[in-house]
Ligand binder design. Structure first.
Ligand code: SF4
Length: 362
């Protein structure tokens, strides 16, 4: 059942309901304004058939309806506040939310593709010690409309410059997606379902730092997506230093859960930020190889992006290669090392939002 609203009452954004419920939300909105039935059909078609979310582009609607929509169920949930461009083509978008909080999304081009890293929360409660967002603490969860709009705006922005738009999405920006499961799951439904925007779920990766009880739910609800697990160490004591959430969700539970799911997930990648002197010795390499064998994970070694006050140094390329070789000697699966992108524009997640943080509207 959807709630009835008087015309004066502001309603939630259409994208905050599920794709299946959205028709009713629009119908109710039109009924409350005594609009003829075909109007709701037109609005719904604009959204789901043409991916139009901006009422000003719904040109077959009367101006008055467009204006009302843009103040109500299609009010833009965020605005692009800044765009930073890296020499390597990477672009970082700082979005201003309606309550004046900020989140980031990063667009990374590779040949004919554009990968967008979206945020799922303002700040993060996980507190990983190598992460700028982790120093912000959690401010609030993002709504589904705020997550989907990051994709929609960056896709339009990059296409308008003749670039490939957004062809892949990774939920690796600010926030722990599985700490905000409802809106994240709804946003995945909008992005991938036929009554949403129809993107292939195989082009979407959801990353988690290891919120163990929610991982099977995610895979059950979205079996075609890719799963990335931010591991960063497969040694209990080391991981506890880097990833405090380890105290609530121990490595052994994470390993057993991933091992059970390994045949039902399209791909599990194990993300591993190299922190020199912390998680890059031979014992760590052996533990990582052993962990990956249990879940058939693709190991992805990542550079650390330093930020002000960070307690770690960045590894040089030789150190990363040495660790990659050590792990590869003990693991037959894929072990790759990703290069830094966008370092000249505060490449690490959360850095820009951290600097431009402004007090929320009360
Ligand atoms: S790495 Fe991810 S989960 Fe950890 S603090 Fe940063 S945003 Fe949160």
């Amino acid at each position: 059942m959807t709630q009835k609203h008087s015309p004066q009452e502001k309603s939630q954004h259409v994208l905050d309901s599920s794709p299946g419920e959205s028709k009713n939300v629009i119908e109710d909105w039109c009924t409350a304004r005594s609009l003829p039935g075909y109007r709701s059909k037109q609005i719904h078609q604009y959204i789901t058939e043409q991916s139009i979310l901006d009422p000003s582009e719904m040109t077959s609607l009367p101006k008055g309806i467009r204006e009302e929509l843009s103040k109500d169920i299609l009010a833009s949930p965020l605005q692009i506040d800044q765009v930073l461009r890296s020499e390597d083509g990477t672009m970082k978008f700082l979005f201003r939310l309606q309550d004046k909080r900020s989140v980031e999304a990063v667009w990374i081009p590779t040949q004919d593709r554009g990968t967008l890293c979206v945020s799922s929360q303002v700040g993060c409660a996980a507190g990983c010690t190598f992460c700028a967002t982790g120093t912000m603490k959690l401010s609030r969860n993002l709504r589904s409309s705020e997550i989907v709009s990051q994709w929609h705006m960056v896709d339009a922005f990059t296409r308008s410059e003749g670039k490939p738009g957004v062809t892949q999405i990774v939920f690796m920006g600010m926030g722990e997606p599985l700490h905000n499961y409802g809106p994240v799951s709804r946003s995945l439904k909008w992005l991938t379902s036929e009554d949403g925007f129809g993107m292939s779920p195989r082009r979407i990766t959801v990353s988690t730092v290891g919120i163990v009880p929610k991982i099977p739910t995610l895979i059950e609800d979205h079996p075609q997506i890719r799963l990335a697990v931010s591991l960063h160490s497969a040694v209990e004591e080391t991981r506890a230093r880097i990833v405090p959430i380890q105290a609530q969700h121990p490595l052994s539970e994470l390993r057993d859960t991933l091992s059970k799911l390994r045949n039902s997930v399209r791909r599990i990648s194990l993300e591993y930020v190299i922190l020199p002197g912390v998680n890059d010795d031979i014992q760590e390499a052996l533990a990582l190889a052993s962990f990956a064998r249990k879940c058939h994970g693709h190991i992805n070694l990542l550079p650390f992006h330093p930020f002000e006050g960070a307690p770690f140094q960045a590894a040089n390329e030789e150190d990363v290669e040495r660790f990659r070789e050590e792990v590869s000697q003990h693991y037959d699966g894929q072990v790759t090392a990703r290069r830094s992108r966008g370092l000249d524009i505060d490449g690490a997640c959360g850095q820009l939002a951290l600097r431009s943080e402004s007090p929320p509207a009360s």
